[in-house]
Write a protein that binds this ligand. Sequence first.
Ligand code: PEP
Ligand code: MG
Length: 582
Amino acid sequence: MEFRGIAVSAGIVIGKAFRLEKETYDIKPNWVKDADVDKEVERFFAAIQASKDQLLAIRKRIEPMSDSEHLSIIDAHLMMIEDQMLVNETVEYIQRHRLSAEWSLKRVLDKLKEHFDSLQDPYFKERKDDLTHIGNRIFNNLLGFGHTSLAELKEDVIVVAHDLSPADTAQMRKERVIAFVTEVGSKTSHTAIMAHSLEIPAVVGVAGIYDAVKTGESLIVDGIRGVVQVSPQQDVFITYLDKQRQFKYYERELQKMKDLPAVTTDNKKVTLMANIEFISEVKAVLERGGEGVGLYRTEFLYMNRYYLPSEAEHFRAYKTLVEHLGEYPAVIRTLDLGGDKFISQLDIYDELNPVLGLRAIRLCLEHVDLFKTQLRAILKASNYGNIKIMYPMISGIDELRSANAVLEEVKAELRKEGEPFDEHIPVGIMIEIPSAAITSDILAEEAAFFSIGTNDLIQYSIAIDRINKNVAYLYEPLHPAILRLISHVITAAHAKGITVGMCGEMASDPKYTLLLLGMGLDQYSTNADALLKIKKIIRSVSFAEAHDIAQQALSYSSAADTEKFITDLMESRFPDIFCYFD
Ligand code: PEP
Ligand code: MG
């Protein structure tokens, strides 16, 4: 039987299933005698304490092999368990209604989850999952169940679960988990992020898999295409054995190129860097031959927490980043909050069109203190490595000048304090708004480099909400308008002698590698998985040929025609990349 879900961590694994107990509780309102109310409150506090102790024990166990981000996910759960609202409201509920701790906690959790639901934001959807995880842990302790642990596994297994908490996932490397499959989850859930950095093949969002699988049953997990085969027939099994062998061979072949330059046959060198959200990803970037970080999405430093990060926390993150990268550069993008990335610590008004609202650099220029805290930390860290600053969502030259004015103020403060920093730190901008693309010749006078953010550039040029499924069919990187804008930006930048990179998802898709190369792109910033495939493509062509391909692509009047031209060309030239392992 075949199931489909979202591939979050590549690899093909064949093994035995281990069904992780589904945590469902049938909690009914149980009354507590007046005389027992204090005891009930104590029982609740004991369960909170036990839950904290368990999380601290997990934290201690994984600490030696984890980085600060994995630990901070556990820390976030610890903070949620201690959250005053959760604890106080539950206690108050017990006392006011004379109802059991389980029921009172359930009511408070439901209310909080309802609130998160009403915010309709992917970030809060995941916080809702976090609440479920910590709620389950407290219920387990109230009800006296042991929390199901992966620690008792005696053999290699593929874990099948309805959901996995980050605490479960964090323990996996040590245990014998060769892959996992869950019913819920998304590409950006913490569980997915951890799977990726622990390099455990995984598929999430597989509806119905939990009830379809028994422990011990044979499973195939294809973390490349997001496919799960349950009790496969012999022919399917043999096909996957072959795919697994080919994938390993293909990975080994790609890996051989790790230390070779990304250079065309006629000696045009481009730079391949990577996008990261967490510093733990740097290891994978370097292992795949990345020449630095072309986009560090720093807004992730603000998420999963109750307080805004301090200057010291920012500094620690940036210093760790450049220390890992050595000589390679780190392009630190100043925070891009707002739009679909919302945080509760800031009082941002409800906006009718948040994507067109107070987002990214606009938010920073409105909340200058927030911006300055980050800039101070970036500048201080620039004393320890190769850092470049990049502003998101610049719409025109005045905004760039305003941002630079704040940067100059911060530099002056640091000089006064005697804090050393890189006086010549390059300051570049993202080109992701049509007005910036069109005026890129003007912006190139005052920006040190450009990085094209196609995710937003496409959204704003074609007028489609990038997270709205109803208009997803219009999200077309090969739309002639997009190709013309990209070409215009590259030409304008080169005329002023500055480099152009691309950090939007278009750069990560090997299908567009030759086209972008031929248009003159200097630098690709991609997800770590794409790096070696892109290098392979670049090393196999001449720039002259890529240039001709780009010219041809630019000559079509419809995205569909360009798509056909590019797809046919790339599939026939690189069947291993596009036909077998895409
Ligand atoms: C982009 O818009 O292409 C980009 C890289 O930024 P983000 O996806 O973080 O908005
Ligand atoms: Mg963007």
